[in-house]
Design a protein around this ligand. Sequence first.
Ligand code: 6PG
Length: 248
Amino acid sequence: MAVEIKIAVDNPALSRAAAEEFKITAESAIAERGRFAVALSGGNTPRSVYSLLAQHYKTSLPWSKVHIFFGDERSVPPDHPDSNYRMANEALLSHVAILPENVHRILAELDPEPAAQEYENQLREFFRPADGDWPRFDLIMLGLGEDGHTASLFPGSSALNETSRLVVPTWVEEKKTFRITLTYPVLNHAAEVEFLVAGAGKAQILKEVLNHSSPMYPAQRIKPGNGRLLWLLDQAAASLLPSQIQGK
Ligand code: 6PG
């Protein structure tokens, strides 16, 4: 596993770097396999990346060969303000020539368990992993919560121990809601996992995660064994990292 850390001067520069990384990984995957399978992250940080892709990569990316998935979803309908799909659709999907059938949404309007099962079926149908193998995304975009969660893998959750399912429903006590999330076997089988972390509010948790805190936070267990792990940070989030990492 190759681990890389790139630090941008500010959030706009971070978004530009993430949009360029999306393009580079997409072009590489399409050249190799004729398609790009990417799992988008939810939350606030990636919204500006998706908007940049819509504004500046509308014609420079072969969107008809892009397959959009989601790393997790809140247990709400697709038009709900909390929906990760709604955020991605508003910022990106409704602005580019992606084929509707290539947007693989988590049907989070269903109850959590059938929603998870249905999404797992979508993954198996698309990737057709051999028995005992796992779907291999070309890129999985992740965020980092201040409690060290990523996707919807929260501290103390039983989802952290899942070793056979691709997708599980998970109750998130601190948010008093269900989520649906990819599991570690899928996340750690990706060709590239990219964490996008911005803002001073993430500096402490980022320092602990990158310093291999013990006990481990969920985000620390993201280790793509046969892939690349890329941390895309802005200086504010990176401000507590050792100076040699900050490049100072
Ligand atoms: C979600 C994400 C979640 C997010 C982190 C960081 O559905 O919210 O999957 O893991 O990436 O909570 O969120 P921010 O980018 O809003 O800080």
